[in-house]
Design a protein around this ligand. Sequence first.
Ligand SMILES: [Zn+2]
Length: 148
Amino acid sequence: MELLNPKDVRISAEAGATPCLVGAQCGECGAVVFPRLPVCPKCKKRDGMTEVEIGRTAKLYSHTIARFAPTGFRAPFFQVFVDLPEGPRIFSLVGDDCPAESGVLEDGMEMRLVVEPLADTDEMRAIHTYKYVPAACADERRGDAQDA
Ligand SMILES: [Zn+2]
């Protein structure tokens, strides 16, 4: 599997492990950033940032439906900002199981990280990236996997 940004996503081979993002935490003030930075944006300390696994869950901050697709994508699709429990607010796409229709997402809802093809098109199918899906949707998918 080819990842869009291999340094930003960690997929463990361990059974039952869930994928996560790799951010950086400041040893001085505790601020967490994603993607990683060499200097803390909050206290400006240099060389004090260490890798930290983040983003297995998130809370939906805002969402919109893109009606026009760039090359390699198919419209409509969701574009969202999610708040990670560790601090960062990040941009994300939404998993393909979640139809891009109004009423499907609700700001404030619990989300889970998944790793999926960037888009279901010839250009993007081989490239994987992180996306978020509603937690209820992720639980359903996990249940299906266990039944199989
Ligand atoms: Zn800091």
